[in-house]
Design a binder for this molecule. Structure first.
Ligand SMILES: Cc1cc2nc3c(=O)[nH]c(=O)nc-3n(C[C@H](O)[C@H](O)[C@H](O)COP(=O)(O)O)c2cc1C
Length: 346
């Protein structure tokens, strides 16, 4: 179906006005400060930390505080917390705000055993009243908007997203993001946007949709037809941050932006590596950057061979040389490939 070329205006979440309804998802191991800076540069309405354990925030562990580092020139940034104790989540939310978060999001979707076994993430979402108590304590504790990110339910027979969203709206959340999969689906299968639409029908606060957001026409149609108020990009941008720019531009103007050509895509990967090195130092930056390089070069001829080498690259110079070889090989004759399935943690 053709998409009407209409622009979509700004969106309010509580007292916060977002410049675009296109958001970038919290992602463990991905949405660090350099990633957030690039996504904001490309116009994302809001970027987020990965999930951070409230308990670690309250104990002020170095790792948690590092995840809550908000370099001054990138805003607005949300912090996402995971936990299930109302007082601890409220205290942790205050720390997030003191450190610069303009919104605090609650993770109600994390499927991994070490989180759900503690009653957090997708396990908390099974208990509507317990979740409402957590959210209410946080809303009381901070002046910024509190939002949640949930899945459809625990499994196909226990879908509770509309009921949960309604209860959390009553508890004071300013918006909900719904990942259109159940906990038991983890990251497999396709996201169910008809179920996401049922949440939108159930509440009056903004609803953001998450799941397989990787095509500009589809995401524009979903927002313009009112299925959701906004969308959340996750795996769709891995190896291709430009997708954020294309989505934002499409919603803002109603017209499309072309894909980056292969040389520009490689140049963007190099710029991201520069940002990673400047922020994390070379050793850590390479650990993080290698996976981005592997995703970026999926589109080049002979990618499988080059990708096998990426993990052995132990200096920035060697990674650069590998990108030179990818550039020389040129794009794959059959075109760009999206990153292979990436299993999430959150
Ligand atoms: C590597 C990875 C890490 C993730 N980490 C988080 C997280 O910290 N918090 C969260 O709410 N969701 C997390 N997610 C879920 C995404 O935010 C998103 O909802 C999900 O990937 C569905 O979107 P997609 O199908 O477009 O990837 C993660 C996903 C991936 C792939």
């Amino acid at each position: 179906m053709a998409v009407a070329a209409t622009a979509v205006g700004p969106l309010r979440v509580g007292g916060l006005e977002l410049s675009s309804p296109v958001l970038v998802a919290p992602m463990v191991g991905i949405t660090d400060a350099p990633c957030r800076a690039l996504c904001r540069e490309f116009g994302a309405g809001l970027v987020s930390t990965e999930m951070v354990a409230a308990e670690a925030v309250v104990r002020s562990t170095d790792a948690a505080l590092h995840l809550l580092d908000f370099p001054g020139d990138v805003a607005p940034v949300a912090a996402q917390l995971v936990g299930c104790d109302p007082a601890m989540m409220a205290d942790a939310a205050q720390v997030c705000v003191e450190r610069g978060a303009v919104l605090v999001d609650v993770n109600l979707g994390c499927p991994v055993p070490k989180v759900v076994s503690r009653g957090s993430g997708a396990a908390l979402a099974r208990d509507v009243s317990a979740t409402a108590r957590v959210v209410a304590a946080m809303v009381q504790a901070v002046a910024v908007p509190v939002t949640v990110k949930m899945r459809l339910g625990w499994d196909a027979s226990t879908i509770n997203a509309p009921e949960l969203a309604r209860a959390l709206q009553d508890a004071g959340v300013a918006a909900v993001t719904v990942h259109g999969r159940t906990r038991c689906q983890k990251y497999e299968g396709t996201a169910d946007w008809a179920e996401i639409a049922r949440v939108k029908e159930a509440v009056g606060i903004p609803v953001f949709g998450s799941g397989d957001v990787e095509d500009v026409d589809t995401l524009a149609r979903r927002i313009q037809s009112g299925v959701v108020d906004g969308v959340v990009i996750a795996r769709g941008m891995l190896g291709n941050f430009w997708f954020v720019r294309q989505a934002v531009h499409r919603l803002a103007t109603g017209s499309g932006l072309p894909d980056l050509d292969f040389a520009d895509r490689i140049a963007l990967a190099r710029r991201h590596l520069d940002m990673l090195c400047a922020y994390h130092g070379e050793t850590r930056a390479l650990r993080i950057g290698r996976k981005y390089v592997a995703w970026t070069i999926r589109g080049c001829a002979g990618a499988a061979r080059l990708r096998a080498e990426v993990q052995t690259m132990d200096t920035r110079d060697r990674l650069d040389a590998l990108l030179d070889r990818a550039l020389a090989a040129g794009p794959h004759p059959e075109g760009w490939f999206r990153p292979a399935f990436v299993s999430g943690e959150g």
